[in-house]
Design a protein around this ligand. Structure first.
Ligand code: NAD
Length: 498
């Protein structure tokens, strides 16, 4: 196997006994290894639990077998993994980690390249970054990069404090803030669909688009994450990052080149164009929900307030719907509706772009409406695009019928489609930060969301719980659109014929 021009690095995973490492990180590294995309590499797993190297390697083997379906080269792969039992708050532990890093660097010829992946609770991010610098782990002849998981703060102020801390040890271009939605195939496809099709880009504005709907719904409830979720809620957990990132990609101007800086600055400009909300306007633009008990497939599912580690009088939202307005030339007057929720009817992330009606409908008959054209981008679990058009019904009479042109990316490329984490890890090793969030994006999203969370935290929502588990959310989410003469498109299951 030749390693020329392939990224080489020591990957230090903080939180290596955690859920993320087991389900996503080890399997992603394994896939990159199997596809021979990596050059020399070694991994140091760091976590509190005392483990021997053998025990840790056994965990890694178990993870790649279970979550990446590994059958080949498992022992060889696992031999690249080392373990360091370490309390991140303990200074001495970093000195031992540095010695390990130096020795592995030599043994594997890693050119001093280091990736520090923080797969642990965010309250440790600042301390770890500061200690890495204080104990000279960031003094290396190669590159040093910090990869961090969400949540990045819980408000603009806390995010700024965190950012200032990590910036003492890493510069902005060495920080890779993960938003795993940006690693998803179809989220990356938004730009391609927009900027490579003469059919869409000329229409991508307020003259032809009526509204855009972004939905990310889950069937699951909070499961074991009640303690975290109580302090977060759907607004901070989903809207500030994933949903606003998708809106930025849909709304941004075409970058002059497909380069990280150019794309990021267009996304930042889109976020800067968001109409800021005043506190007394929040209720007009945003609604919240919390799931109640509900029956799904004959099983009664508990209300959020009865979940483990949740306050029985909780005011935390498990559902958010909102209307974002982008006050610039392209989008003036076009609502971007977003919604996300737990314990919904279906697991689905998708974007619906609704085009305006044609100026005069020749085919209109009483009691019949012509459907508007829709472009649906299916992000997960299905991956693909559907274009909803109208065509003639076969037969003598001129009658219309809705037709759908569909393309399924997963059907065509399933075997080759890399997982989001695999792509993002590889990008961080190659030094491509395009699909990570820049501090300016994080800051603007928090500033927007902060007004809403402040109002919601200070006003008890008396209607909670307000939607049954297994439904499409509270009625107020439908009313939000009805007030504008719109409604949420219910998209049938994606069944592409190509
Ligand atoms: P987890 O609770 O399963 O694992 C936490 C890890 O941190 C463990 O390895 C634990 O040993 C280690 N740890 C805790 N305290 C420590 C200390 N003082 N010193 C050293 N190690 C310590 O958490 P997780 O689910 O793997 O999530 C990790 C991070 O990733 C969190 O920020 C989470 O929000 C984020 N995240 C997780 C997922 C996921 O799918 N699990 C998805 C997106 C984001």
């Amino acid at each position: 196997m030749t390693t020329a021009n392939k990224p080489t690095a020591l990957i230090v995973i903080f939180g290596a006994t955690g859920d993320l490492a087991k389900r996503k990180l080890f399997p992603s590294i394994y896939r990159l290894f199997q596809k021979e995309k990596m050059g020399n590499f070694a991994v140091v797993g760091v976590a509190r639990r005392p483990l021997t190297e053998e025990e840790f390697q056994a965990n890694v083997k178990d993870s790649v077998t279970t979550f990446a379906g590994a059958t080949e080269n498992i022992d060889e792969f696992a031999s690249h993994f080392y373990y360091h039992s370490h309390d991140v708050t303990n200074e001495a532990s970093y000195i031992k980690l540095r010695e390990m890093a130096e020795s592995l660097d030599e043994q594997y010829e890693l050119s001093g390249n280091r990736i520090f992946y923080l797969a642990m609770a965010p309250e440790f991010f600042g301390t770890i970054a500061e200690q890495l610098k204080a104990q000279n782990l960031t003094e290396t002849k190669g590159y040093k990069r910090l990869v961090i998981e969400k949540p990045f703060g819980t408000s603009f102020d806390s995010a700024q404090i965190l950012n200032d801390k990590i910036r003492t040890a890493f510069s902005e271009d060495e920080i890779y803030r993960i938003d795993h939605y940006l690693g998803k195939e179809m989220v990356q496809n938004i730009e391609v669909i927009r900027f490579s099709n003469a059919l869409f880009e000329p229409l991508w504005n307020s003259r032809y688009i009526s509204n855009i709907q972004v939905t990310s719904s889950e069937v699951l409830g909070v499961e074991e994450r009640g303690r975290y979720y109580e302090t977060s809620g759907a607004l901070r957990d989903m809207v500030q990052n994933h949903l606003m990132q998708m809106v930025a990609l849909l709304a941004m101007e075409p970058p002059i080149r497909l380069e990280t800086e150019e794309i990021r600055s267009e996304k930042v400009r889109a976020l800067r164009s968001l109409r800021p909300l005043k506190k007394d306007e929040v209720g007009q633009y945003f609604v919240r929900g919390q799931y109640d008990e509900g029956v799904v497939d004959g099983e009664t599912l508990p209300a959020y307030r009865n979940e483990h580690m949740v306050d029985p009088n909780s005011n935390t939202e498990t559902f958010v719907a909102g209307k974002l307005m982008i006050d610039n030339f392209r989008w003036a007057g076009v609502p971007f509706y977003i919604r996300t929720g737990k314990r919904m009817e279906a697991k689905s992330t998708r974007i619906v772009v609704q085009f305006k009606d044609i100026p005069m409908n020749l085919y209109y008959k009483p009691n019949e409406t012509l459907n508007p054209n829709l472009l649906v981008i299916h992000i997960q679990p299905e991956e693909g695009i559907t274009l909803h058009l109208n065509a003639k019904k076969s037969g003598k009479n001129i009658e219309t019928q809705p037709v759908q042109l569909a393309y399924s990316s997963s059907k065509v490329d399933r075997i080759n489609t890399p997982e989001a984490y695999e792509k993002l890890l590889f990008d961080s090793m190659r030094g491509d930060a395009t699909n990570f969030t820049h501090w300016d994006e994080v800051a603007l999203s928090w500033k927007f969301v902060d007004t809403i969370s402040e109002v919601w935290e200070n006003t008890k929502e008396t209607s909670f719980p307000n939607y049954p588990a297994g439904s499409t959310g509270p009625k107020s989410a439908d009313q939000l659109l009805e007030e504008d003469g719109n409604f949420w498109w219910h998209i049938d299951k994606f069944e592409p014929n190509c």
